[in-house]
Design a protein around this ligand. Structure first.
Ligand code: NAD
Ligand code: ZN
Ligand code: ZN
Length: 345
């Protein structure tokens, strides 16, 4: 089968012909219908040797939806033909976190050689993907694959980050979303669907602000020298209750701190490598809270799928055949993708 493989650190992935896997034991073989291209894929490709625990080569693709093609003899609870989305973080499967469907915070995360499908293990930028256990599959029924695949990271990570802030996001609250790309445009929709918060969107691209507007944001602004003042003015001067930062550079972290009101919360999702100094007293607002959410839980993925099936959230996608992955990657790198790029084998 065809697959897009990462074969060397710091190099673009290479198309390859690999053997179609045969499921053994509890494994499940899924025929891929769609795979999302995430900005994290760019971070992984650009990583220096030794920066990530993964062993090369492996097939990229951690946002995957498809149809079950074959089952190992020891599988449970799924049938060939079922349509599913992959729960991407694959933990050790035995610690109490994994037991509770929280593989994203598996106790052994740092000693495993992978974070999940397409992140150290063979993922979904291929015709088929081998899943170690049916517990990593969530049914999607008739949800289109291009909608379902991005839910497993862009949707799930945004949902998990919003869930972590929820106690701060009652009626009358305001949230700023920095970076309205694959994750951010779903975060805007999830905020609107599950909290009472008003949403202010920030990006460096006009078309991302148009996407924020279509996603239900109350206001959008480009990053400029006076962005903090512009955002604060939208809250009557008080500042926002929460910031979701999908960029994570020093510039965006400082913007976040500059617009938060006392007791405000910052969730840093973007892996921009920025730094924030903590000192007391200092510039951080009193009561400031920080979280670094990573991906999400399996029960949350089922909730995100239910939201999508109800019509409450919709992924804006651009489609590419798997053979055009290099073009999709180049466009994402240049900030030219609207919403989520989805690869179709
Ligand atoms: P994306 O490229 O689709 O979207 C990023 C958006 O940020 C774009 O609209 C871009 O124009 C905007 N942007 C870039 N620089 C900006 C700046 N300085 N100020 C404001 N906006 C800016 O990326 P994505 O796939 O949505 O991923 C977003 C980030 O989240 C990436 O860093 C990715 O690695 C990370 N991520 C983290 C997790 C996690 O579990 N924590 C999961 C998935 C992705
Ligand atoms: Zn991702
Ligand atoms: Zn575990």
């Amino acid at each position: 089968m065809r697959a897009l493989r990462l074969t060397a650190w710091g190099e673009p992935p290479a198309p390859a012909e690999v053997e179609r896997p045969v499921p053994r034991g509890a494994e499940v073989l899924v025929r891929v219908e769609a795979t999302g291209l995430c900005h994290s894929d760019l971070h992984v490709m650009a990583a220096a040797a030794g920066a990530l625990p993964y062993r090369l080569p492996f097939t990229l693709g951690h946002e995957v939806a498809g149809r079950i093609a074959a089952l190992g003899p020891g599988t449970d609870g799924v049938r060939a033909g079922d349509r599913v989305v992959l729960y991407g973080p694959w933990g050790c499967g035995t610690c109490d976190r994994c037991d509770a469907g929280r593989d994203n915070y598996c106790d052994r995360r740092d000693t495993l050689a992978w974070h999940g499908a397409g992140l150290g293990r063979d993922g979904g930028m291929a015709e088929y993907v081998l899943v170690p256990s049916a517990r990593h599959l969530v049914p999607i029924d008739d949800l289109p694959a291009d909608q379902a695949a991005p839910l497993s990271d862009a949707g799930l990570t945004s949902y998990h980050a919003v869930a972590g802030l929820r106690h701060a996001l009652g009626k009358g609250s305001t949230t700023a979303v920095i970076g309205v790309g694959g994750l951010g445009h779903l975060a805007v929709q999830i905020l609107r669907a599950t909290t009472g918060s008003r949403v202010l969107a920030v990006d460096v691209r006009e078309d991302a602000l148009a996407l924020a507007d279509r996603s239900g944001a109350d206001f959008g602004t480009l990053v400029r020298a006076d962005t903090a003042r512009v955002l604060k003015a939208r809250t009557g001067g008080a500042g926002v209750d929460a910031v979701l930062d999908f960029v994570g550079t020093t510039q965006t972290l400082e913007l976040a701190v500059g617009v938060l009101r006392p007791g405000g919360e910052l969730a840093v999702v973007g892996s921009g490598g920025g730094r924030l100094a903590v000192s007391k007293p200092g510039v951080l607002p009193p009561g400031f809270r920080l979280s670094l959410p990573f991906w999400g839980t399996r029960p949350e993925l089922a909730e995100v799928v239910a939201l999508a099936r109800s019509g409450a959230i919709h992924v804006e996608t651009e489609h590419f055949p798997l053979s055009a992955a290099p073009e999709a990657i180049a466009r994402l790198r240049r900030g030219r993708v609207r919403g989520r790029a989805v690869l179709v084998p």
